[in-house]
Design a protein around this ligand. Sequence first.
Ligand code: PLP
Length: 470
Amino acid sequence: MTDTTASTARTGFLDRHGVEHPFGDGAAETQVRSDDRGHVFHSWSAQARIDPLPVAAGDGSTFWDYRGTAYLDFSSQLVNLNLGHQHPDLVRAIQEQAGRLATIQPSMANDVRGELARRIAGVAPGTLNSVFFTNGGADANEYAVRMARRVTGRRKVLSMYRSYHGGTGAAIALTGDPRRWANEPSDPSVAHFFGPYLYRSAFHATTQEEETQRALEHLESVIVLEGAATVAAIVIETIVGTNGVLVPPPGYLAGVRALCDRYGIVYIADEVMVGFGRIGEWFAVDAFGVVPDLITFAKGVNSGYVPLGGVVISGRIAAFFDDVAFQGGLTYSGHPLACAAGVATFEVFERDGILERVRDLGERVVEPTITGWLDTHPSLGEVRGRGLFWALELVRDRDTREPLVPFNAAGADAAPMAELAAACKAEGVWPFIHFNRMHIAPPLVIGEDDLRRGLAVIDAALTVADRYAQ
Ligand code: PLP
C-alpha cells in the first residue's frame, strides 16, 4: 500500500487536451467558474447562493484548486471515493474497457458485467447471489422496493426518520430528512419510524440494551398499527450515513430481521454509503451478523469513477422472478465501463488488503485520537463510528446536549459549523459537515501520515466550535 498523496510533487494541472498548465492560471479558473455559474444547475441548492470550488486535479486523497491549494479530502467527495482520485488500476481498467467494448445494452451478456456480479455475489452474505445493476444509489432503492412490492403483493414500505435513500420518487419518499419535505407528496405508501440513536434516544433509554429493546418494540408497534399485512419492506441504512453515522446497538438489526420474518416483510439493507469497505467489511451487515433479503449498493463499488449501483438479491426473491417477468430496467444497467472499474476495485481491495487496512486505521488511529478529544473539546458531545466512518456530534452544552446548531440550520443559524468548516479548509482539509456534525470519511487508501495530519487539523479547528460551547 502506497501513500497516494502527491501534494508535494504537483505544480500544475492538465487541460482536456493533456496540456500541462501551472497552478495559478487565472484564465482557466475563470473559464471553469463562468461556465459553471452560467450553465450548470446544481443539486439541492439555491443557484444564486452558491460558489462551487473549481477543481483542477485530484490524486489519491488530495485534490487541488486552480491556485494550487491542496485539500486532503476527508469526505471522499460524497463518501464515494473509497479508492481515492485517479487510482491507476481503476483508470487503466476503464481505458482498456473503452478500447475494446465501450458499451453494450443490458439484455446481452457481457464479460465484465458478469464477472462483477459474480464477485459481488461471492462476498454477499447468505443466499444473495444475483445482482441487478442500476446507475446509482437512488435507483437501486427504487428497484429494491419494486421487487419487494411485487414479491409480497403488498404496497407499504417503512423507513427511518434520520435517513437518506436518494433523490428520486420512492427513494426521496423513504428519506427521513429535510430533503424530502419539498418533494411531498411523493410515494404515499411510506411510513417512518424512529431508529436507535442512544445519544438522543426517542425512547428515553439510557443503555444500549434498552435502546435496542425499545426501538424494536416501537418498530413492531409501527408494523402492527400500519397493518402488518400491508407492509412490503423495511428499508434501513445498516449504519445511518449522512444523518449521523448512527451505528446500530447490538441486537438491533438481528431484531429487525426477526420482525421481518415474523410478518413476512422484505428486509432491504441500504449499503449505498457503507458498502464496499467504508467500515472495513464488504457489506456492513457482516459486522452485525445479519442477512437481509436485498442489499442496495453504489458509491464504493467503483468509487464513482463511472456511475454504478445495484441490488443484490436473495435466492428466494430471485427465484420468484424465474417465471415472472421483472418489470424494470435501464439502458445503462451494468454498463461495461462502470463494471470494469468495479472488477478493478475487487482486485485492488484483495491485493492491497483494503478491508484489513480500514479496520486497522479505524481502531488504531481514528478511534483513540478522536475519543481523546472528548477530554479537550467542550463542544464535543459524542464521537461514534467504525472503520473510516466517524461522526463528531457537536453541542453547545454537554449536559443538555443542545446541538451546536439547530436541526436543519441554514444561514446565520449555521454559522458555528460554517466557521468550523472554514477553519479546516484554511489548513487544507476538506470536511464533511451535516447539521451539527462533522463526519470523518477519508478515502480508504489515505496514508497514515495524511490521516494523522488531517485529524490534527480538525483537532485545532474544533477550538472554533469550543467558543460556542459552555
Ligand atoms: N442511500 C444512501 C445511504 C446514500 O447515502 C445515498 C447518497 O448519498 C443514496 C442512497 C443515493 O445514492 P445516489 O446519490 O447515487 O442516487
